[in-house]
Design a protein around this ligand. Structure first.
Ligand code: KG4
Ligand code: ZN
Length: 358
């Protein structure tokens, strides 16, 4: 079975074709980053218009790269949310139009679940790097292929729009344990980049500047939020501002390094602690910030279970992850004429206060 998926929740217009649940045949991403660099961030209306221009070309290219004809596509999937409403409308309705024209079912997909499912992808450009020992006998899959992450898993989704800790009991079954109370991890990188006079998106240039730090003494605060699985990064951003505006400001590289250490420390310690408490079989990391080398390193070092990290190109927004998630929701396939709407805001339920899984 082959699914054509479209992703358009923020500033990448993407189309992909995935076969048999995890094998990528094509994964095309048209980034709008250069466009949004001019304004230092995403202007929603500008993003929606750019999606409209890019959508048909990326779908055509995905089909060409996969050497796949329309008759070989069995279903169309698209991100329904969360994301920018105008941007989502373009992708979801583009997918609806294709499904209608081809007489195919349409599968709406949750973007955050898509990020997590990037850990299942194989094929050209995938090769998920696996860190840590898989618990013996728990990893399954075809010999010679990357192992399938064992469940239940804890998923840490760290992106420009989200910082979420989710318990994944089974495919499509997520329970939200915690998330950011203010800025998402990627948003913090983007805002700190702006304070440091670096470009958008801020993650990569902040990470590069951090690598250049010769002095590594500055310590910025960590918001631990005890007895909660939530995160907070806005105080850290203010601490960066104060460090830069102080009497004798440290070099910018040292500030970038101290900021990255603080984010990496909090994300890795909290994820490790929750993974231990919940007794999960693996830790699945995903989202654009998961491409950060230092964050990957600390998570792998501290996690008490096998860690799965997609390669950097599958951490940032792409449509292959949306197709992978769609395979887990074949029951949600609808006729394209059905009323399917975007869901701009994450609606995942939060666990009521109570005991851990075990
Ligand atoms: O997952 P993604 O592509 O889009 C969202 O769904 O938000 O994540 C984009 C975010 C941006 O905030 C960007 O600054 C951050 O991921 N990012 C990084 C790195 N690469 C991208 N943050 C830290 N280090 C990186 N190397
Ligand atoms: Zn994303």
């Amino acid at each position: 079975m082959r699914i054509l998926a479209i992703e358009s929740s923020c500033d990448e217009t993407a189309a992909a074709i995935v076969a048999d649940e995890r094998r990528m045949l094509a994964n095309v991403v048209a980034s709008q980053q250069a466009l949004h660099a001019q304004t230092g961030g995403v202007v929603p209306e500008v993003a929606a218009r750019a999606h409209l221009r890019a959508l048909v070309p990326v779908v055509r290219r995905a089909l060409a790269e996969a050497e796949c004809g329309w008759d070989e596509i069995d279903a169309v999937a698209a991100t329904a949310g969360p994301g920018l409403p105008g941007a989502l409308v373009v992708g979801l309705n583009g997918a609806r139009g294709i499904a209608f024209a081809r007489g195919l079912p349409l599968i709406p997909v949750d973007h955050i679940e898509g990020h997590v499912c990037a850990n299942w992808l194989t094929g050209r450009g995938a090769d998920p790097s696996i860190a840590g020992e898989l618990p013996r006998g728990r990893g399954t899959g075809t010999p010679g292929e990357p192992p399938v992450p064992p469940l239940p898993a804890l998923a840490l989704v760290i992106s420009g729009g989200h910082t979420e800790l989710l318990l994944m009991e089974d495919h499509g079954r997520f329970e939200r344990l915690g998330g950011t109370r203010d800025d998402a991890a990627g948003e913090a990188f983007d805002k700190v980049a702006r304070l440091l006079g670096l470009g958008y998106p801020g993650g990569p240039p902040v990470a590069r500047l951090a690598d250049e730090a010769s002095e590594r003494a500055l310590r910025l605060p960590r918001a631990w939020l005890p007895r909660s699985d939530d995160f907070s990064f806005s105080g850290l951003k203010t601490a960066v501002l104060h460090a830069l505006e102080g009497e004798a400001p440290p070099p910018a590289a040292e500030v970038a390094w101290a900021f990255q250490e603080s984010v990496a420390d909090v994300l890795s310690r909290k994820a490790a602690r929750v993974a231990e408490r919940e007794g999960v079989a693996s830790l699945l990391v995903a989202g654009g910030v998961a491409s950060n080398r230092r964050i990957r390193e600390l998570i792998v070092e501290r996690a008490p279970v096998a860690v799965f990290l997609p390669p950097p190109a599958l951490c940032t927004d792409n449509a292959a992850m949306i197709a992978a998630a769609a395979f887990r929701h074949l029951d949600d396939a609808r006729a394209p004429e059905a009323s399917i709407d975007i869901r701009p805001v994450a609606y995942r339920s939060r666990r009521p206060r109570g005991p851990a899984r075990r």
